[in-house]
Design a protein around this ligand. Structure first.
Ligand SMILES: *Cc1c(COP(=O)(O)O)cnc(C)c1O
Length: 233
């Protein structure tokens, strides 16, 4: 078995264990394999092991990889999620090449994604990225501004607002990890009570997926636990 297949098995066991501890069905949690900085071969290896959904942060790298994977596996559709910061002049290729965008933090970006989404692809699934760690983190909509942003995004014709996403400050203490995720969950519950049909909490990475699942994560975004340590150029 390849190392990626072994790692996927170990991550699967962790997710299943956390789901059981949380009294949730395993099927309520989607594993997003974060393949940034790793080559198309790594994605193909993960696909051979049964993984279907992949997350990417850097647009050009992602577009090249999506193309290589599609050529290598013409019959098998991978699902691509954009999870990196979005510059407004890069929305068109994102709208055309991804099924999901997790990192909407401004209305202007959402409007552009909606306008530029090719209609034949159907609505683009989006999450609002929320800054739940305060000043320490620079990305994400402010918690107080997220409800209004969510209401506006939900109105855009070619987007489907699915839920909220957060990247809390790294913490090793599981109680502190859970406290941050609980804030995102509470915010999503307030938005639901206000009438928005949200079904997604994108939260939890290699170091805190158990805490995220205990707090209701429906998508965990896992990179290094699957593909190994990243080396940036
Ligand atoms: C890189 C990245 C991940 C994966 O992080 P790991 O710690 O390697 O699991 C998840 N989410 C986002 C937004 C990322 O940028």
């Amino acid at each position: 078995m390849s190392i990626i297949a072994e790692n996927l098995q170990a991550v699967e066991a962790t997710i299943a264990g956390a789901a059981q501890a949380a009294n949730r069905p395993r099927s309520s949690i989607q594993l997003l394999a974060v393949s940034k900085t790793f080559p198309a071969e790594a994605v193909l290896e993960a696909m051979a092991a049964g993984q279907q959904a992949f997350g990417e942060n850097y647009l050009q790298e992602a577009l090249d990889k999506i193309d290589l994977v599609a050529r290598a596996q013409p019959g098998v559709a991978a699902e691509w999620h954009f999870i990196g910061p979005i510059q407004s002049n890069k929305t068109r290729p994102i709208a055309a090449s991804f099924q999901w965008v997790h990192t909407v933090e401004r209305l202007k970006i959402a409007q552009r994604l909606s306008e530029q989404r090719p209609p034949e692809l159907g609505p683009l699934n989006v999450c609002i990225q929320v800054n739940i760690s305060g000043e320490a983190s620079k990305s994400g909509a402010h918690e107080d501004e997220a409800p209004e942003l969510a209401r506006q995004v939900a109105q855009l014709p070619n987007l489907r607002l699915r839920g909220l996403m957060a990247i809390p400050e790294p913490e090793t203490d599981p109680a502190l990890q859970r406290a941050a995720f609980a804030r995102l969950r509470a915010l999503a519950e307030r938005l639901r009570a206000g009438g928005l049909a949200l079904d997604t909490l994108s939260m939890g990475m290699s170091g805190d997926m158990q805490a995220a699942i205990l707090e209701g994560a429906t998508i965990v975004r896992i990179g290094s636990a699957i593909f190994g340590a990243r080396h940036y150029e």
